[in-house]
Design a protein around this ligand. Structure first.
Ligand code: FAD
Length: 510
């Protein structure tokens, strides 16, 4: 198999490929392994809508292996390299057609808590899963501050996008909660970078879609881990009431708000996957539709909140804090649900969903998801056009919608956002049985396009999160006035266009 690779890497016609003097993978002396199996996991991702065959799936054992592979690719005229985190992209972003895929999860585990100026941080490998980072930090009484909803994702994978959940209104996305990265660039240089050292690479890589280098280590800001969480859901029939309360909660000072603020849209019906039954937090709770106002529309809204506390806090103090915060909100009386859970259980809440979805086959079915950031100035119109009309029957899974604050995002990173200080993340997390039992994925992709078109036609200020485009023109539009910086960084750190070919921003072999 290695001989086959060498043949490919040299090319069949040496004269037409003058730079293919690369000596082949067998000479790399990797400590990890090389798998050329066409059935390898590198041919698919969580989206399940694309399948491309890489030349090889490489499991690097350490940073040195990553650098050797990139050096080899740079010495060839045609090879591309994709870092694969946990492959939870939707549109082939971590794939490399006829290129090399690096399984970042296989790199040696690195975990070290460091204290600097009295504050704790943790150094972790780029291929570490967030759920493992959580467990190891909590064992030391510490925890990262900013999360994603689901933790079966790698550190390098979410930092290459943003990493958003209900804590981001206070601490910013995960990209605002790292102070140092170790990166192997497309030139095979291993560099440590931070706000003060190689800062252009540091900010470029954060939200940089893997375009400038492979993150092999990250230093993540920590806080004291709480012991427990009061997890609450309250229901609204009017979107305006929902947004007013959500925006008020995310703009209040710490101590005068919850520690986690999210929200979702659900269908005003008894549909088990899209409607009232999706709201209660435990099997002994019941959604009583009798409380829904008569004037309610086809969809309702749920604000999801959490307050951290310690085992030593008296239950009546926790109750008093929660009551004080809830008293100001205008949710539908009678439609309030709450449970007390351990902090780790709360953060791993989607793992239970994963287990159920795996058991009934919908975890492995295609997921034509759509994620958007929509400006506050357009969110009421978005509700009218998209939630109430296009999505009035739901998406078979959560439709998240909650506000974020632009000032908590560092404008020097590669992430692009709408212009306004308050903007909403909208996430259509479609979970459907495979066709023909469920809808054809193409029809759902078409619905996503209809939503994007509706936003464009109305001139909404919005950006795709976890973006996916097929042409460089579209990417230029996406980045807007940040395109030049993005392109300059690409030329500096990956001048041969080797990295992350799955995004189709740049092409090594035009
Ligand atoms: P992959 O899909 O493997 O890779 C994603 C991109 O990052 C690719 O371009 C890849 O080349 C690049 N990459 C991977 N590792 C590295 C590295 N070490 N260095 C440089 N580049 C690298 N996102 C949120 O923000 N909030 C959420 O709450 C959230 N929930 C999710 C829940 C589920 C069930 C799923 C499937 C996704 C969710 N996401 C969420 C999206 C998720 O953050 C992104 O899809 C993320 O990229 C997945 O991480 P991964 O490790 O699987 O990365």
């Amino acid at each position: 198999m290695i001989a086959y690779l060498e043949h490919f890497l040299h090319g069949t016609d040496n004269e037409s490929r003058p730079h293919d003097d690369f000596t082949g993978l067998s000479h790399l002396q990797l400590h990890g392994t090389i798998d050329c199996s066409p059935t390898s996991i590198a041919t698919r991702d969580f989206g399940g809508m694309q399948s491309v065959k890489p030349l090889a799936f490489i499991r690097p054992a350490a940073v040195d292996d990553v650098a050797r592979v990139l050096k080899a690719a740079a010495a060839s005229s045609n090879l591309t390299v994709a870092a694969r985190g946990n492959g939870h992209s939707i549109n082939g972003q971590a794939m490399a057609d006829q290129g090399l895929v690096l399984d970042m999860r296989s790199t040696e585990e690195y975990f070290r808590v460091v204290w600097m100026n009295g504050s704790p941080y943790v150094d972790v490998s780029g291929g570490a899963l967030w759920e493992d980072v959580l467990k190891r930090c909590v064992a030391k009484g510490l925890a990262p501050r900013s999360w994603t909803d689901y933790l079966g994702l790698t550190v390098g994978g979410t930092l290459s996008n943003a990493g958003v959940s209900g804590q981001a209104f206070r601490y910013g996305p995960q990209t605002s909660n790292v102070t140092e990265l170790e990166i192997v660039t497309g030139k095979a240089e291993t560099l440590v970078c931070s706000e003060t050292q190689n800062s252009d690479l540091f900010f470029g890589a954060l939200g940089g879609l893997g375009q400038f280098g492979i993150i092999t280590r990250a230093r993540v800001v920590l806080q004291q881990a709480p012991d427990r969480v009061r997890w609450i859901r309250v229901v609204y029939s009017e979107f305006q009431d929902f947004t007013r309360d959500a925006e008020s909660l995310v703009t209040r000072p710490e101590g005068d708000s919850f520690d986690y603020v999210e929200g979702f849209v659900f269908v005003n019906s008894d549909d088990p996957a899209n409607g009232w039954p999706t709201v209660p937090l435990s099997p002994d709770q019941c959604f009583h539709p009798i409380y829904i106002p008569h004037a309610a529309g086809p969809v309702l809204y749920c604000l999801e909140l959490a307050l951290h506390y310690r085992n030593s806090d008296h239950p009546s103090d926790v109750d008093a804090d929660v009551d004080r915060l809830l008293r100001r909100l205008r949710f539908v009386e009678g439609l309030k649900f709450q449970v007390d859970v351990g902090y780790v259980e709360f953060l791993l809440r989607v793992k239970r969903v994963e287990e159920e979805a795996k058991a009934n086959g919908i975890w492995d079915a295609p997921h034509p998801w759509l994620n958007l950031f929509v400006s506050k100035s357009n969110i009421l119109d978005f509700d009218r056009v998209v939630f109430k009309r296009i999505l009035k029957n739901g998406v078979g899974g959560p439709i998240l919608v909650y506000p974020l604050l632009r000032s908590k995002w560092d404008g020097r990173t590669s992430v692009v956002l709408p212009e306004s200080e308050i903007f909403y993340i909208v996430a259509l997390l479609r979970f459907n049985p495979e066709a023909p039992k469920g809808p054809a994925p193409e029809s759902l992709v078409a619905q996503n396009q209809e939503i994007i078109q509706s936003c464009c036609i109305r001139g909404f200020d919005f950006k795709l999160y976890l973006p996916h485009y097929k042409s460089q023109e579209d990417w230029k539009r996406h980045f807007g006035n940040q395109w030049t910086t993005f392109l300059d960084r690409k030329k500096s750190y990956d001048p041969f266009f080797i990295l992350a070919p799955g995004h189709k921003i740049f092409s090594r072999n035009p």
